[in-house]
Ligand binder design. Sequence first.
Ligand code: SF4
Length: 174
Amino acid sequence: PRLKIAVSDCLRGTECRYNGGHAQDDFINQALAKYADFLPFCPEAPVLGTPRETIRLVNVDGTIRVRGTRTEQDVTEGIQRYNDKMVPKLLQQGVDGAVVKSRSPTCGLERIKIYRPSGEWFGSQDKMGQGLFTAELQHQAPELAVEEEGRLQDAWLRENFMMRVFTTARWREF
Ligand code: SF4
């Protein structure tokens, strides 16, 4: 079967990043595209527009919020509403795996800096978090193969990801 892969839309070349740019990724658009149909998502552009202020994760009394880097405007609820609609939609469509954009406070898989409300970074590796969208995706589908585009440069991680995705796709066929 053709694989169904959810992809951060900017990795496909869509100009939806905060600065109006994209993050086109060769592995996704050349190698993976031979085997996969893509289910694109972008948790920020439909909510905040493009171009837009950069946002970051902020720990407010133990709860992770998303705030504008400069204005500190809290945009968590809009992004959560997007996630609440899009994550179930991807799962209903029978997604086999996801490739997410690294270093994004909404799409990143890991190592996303969490700041204090005062604006300082906690400064410690164990205070790094996940992007809000990817956290929700993994919460609703803990077995789903999810990787960042940068980690797929590593041959072993790429092979492992593809094996998991093919296995899921085969089960979907039954
Ligand atoms: Fe790319 Fe995700 Fe940022 Fe949208 S929110 S531009 S898909 S990294």
